[in-house]
Design a protein around this ligand. Sequence first.
Ligand code: B12
Ligand code: SF4
Length: 504
Amino acid sequence: MFSPEKVSIGLIELPEFGLLNSQGNNWLGHRYSESVLISKQVLLASLQGAGFNVELINLTKGDYQEDYGSFKWGGDKFTKIYLGQNLTTTAPDKHDVWGITNNFSQNREIAFMTIKHFASQGRPVIVGGSDAIASPLEYIAAGATAVVLDKSGAANVDIMGYVLGHTPKEKLSGVMLANGDQPPARPSKPLHPEDWALPSLDTAKQCLGTEFKGLPLPEENWGIGSIFTDIGCDRTCDFCQTPKYHVGYRAMSPERVGQWAELQKQAGAKAVMLSSDQFLGRILKKGGRDDVLEIMQILRDLELAVFWNNGIELKKMTLGRGINRKNADLTPDDELIASLMEWDGNKGCYFAYLPAERPVFGRENYKKLLPWQEHRDIMKAIVRTGTAYIRYGIIIGFADDSHDTLSRLEEAIWDLYEELASVNPHVKFQVAPFSLSIIPGTAQSEYIRQSGLLRFDDPSIFGSIWTTSVDSKHLSYLEIFEWQKRLTQIGRSRYMEDGLALHA
Ligand code: B12
Ligand code: SF4
């Protein structure tokens, strides 16, 4: 009989990735050591809910730094470093099993070094997260005992038992194993966020953050919690990995969101990060709009401010709810927008990353864009509600980008910015021009590789949006980088004093 209570698991939050230029400055700008732990909260709750003894080991906490490689980019030499705690200070026999999550390609080498250290005394190491899902064989080659391919969490408990020699009751699925046995890659029964175990109060406290990318916050030690309310997405943008998780779209009910929110509040949160890939996917279902209003009201009643830190789809904020049909009504749904975006100085939306993306050219890669005029209307409707901080995300570096297309983009966004500033002179609006990052496993990544436009085939470089890694058919990667810097200036002169970093 397998007893999870007798198993101790060490769950590793990887140290942070940094890039030092030849002057010794960290190109990536800010530290993450006080960030909210979104993924870890779900995973800790999942394993603790099944009875395991789990210790969170957060290797971002600390001032240690170590370099592990270098490369030339744009005529300068960059040193790759990891920051936080020395990987080797935690004894690799401290726990029965080790768990590592890596959602970001840019951290891949750090993940490999971590796997090597924790596997060195023969204890199994299980790895999950988006980058491992996209390139599992490389993680196995780095020494992982198993890679969790299932985003939904359905494989988590069985794989723990399996690596300790216990045969699960149901056939294993949703994992890749180093021992050569290959169970089905897709989970037989994916979990629903509704069924995710709630974190204990202690876990919610451990996962709380107190900063977000250098953004000014209303007060010091403003606790930030998180609720991952949905997995998957109904759209299929070609640069995005989310449609590749094969979990469809699954949304937590308002009641369950309320339970997570209460816990965040009790743990000390004043705000919550809502970072689903597609929070508004729920609006497509009957009653979904009411669910959105209900969730936002629950958060307001608890006096929890909201961060849409991972974007929220604008097209679904229209009366036609973003459904692609002829003559769809693209009028802003003002009631819905107010519930999602309004900031009254204490409650509501403090920060929103808005995927405004490609208003003029380069639209074909997306599946969620509005016509430019309607896009402007939605942006104005949002700004009218008083949202405190808006970061407006654009991806540049698609194959057809040229000086001409990017000049027109720049002009369009300056215009928009001026219009928004006249609607609400207090809005803190910053353009975040990301260079295309070829996310492994996506159609865009395949295309860029095949077309020969990839200049740096190194995950530390292509995984970072500030080390431009692709040429377009008309521009070199450095010209794209120059455009990135130039677009960052939009709206900046007016709001420089807010201290928003260049980096997203
Ligand atoms: C939240 C988020 C962020 C937040 C992170 C904040 C934080 N403090 O955590 C912010 C906004 C900062 C961010 C930034 C970026 N992000 Co982001 N982000 C996400 C997002 C939406 C959620 C991650 C998450 O928490 N998932 C929820 C948990 C539950 O899932 P999970 O971690 O995979 O864990 C589950 C399973 O995988 C499994 N599991 C995982 N690990 C383990 C381990 C063990 C032992 C076991 C048993 C199971 C297991 O169990 C869990 C379920 O129970 C993902 C997409 C996604 N849906 O995952 C993109 C995603 C990871 N981001 C992406 C990108 C590109 C970025 C940026 C580069 C882009 C940008 N605009 O700046 C930056 C890079 C930041 C960096 N540090 O490197 C890409 C990464 C692709 C890649 N291969 O690199 C993703 C996949 C989205 C996409 N568009 O495709 N991001
Ligand atoms: S809408 Fe967002 S989450 Fe969905 S596929 Fe497009 S970029 Fe990815």
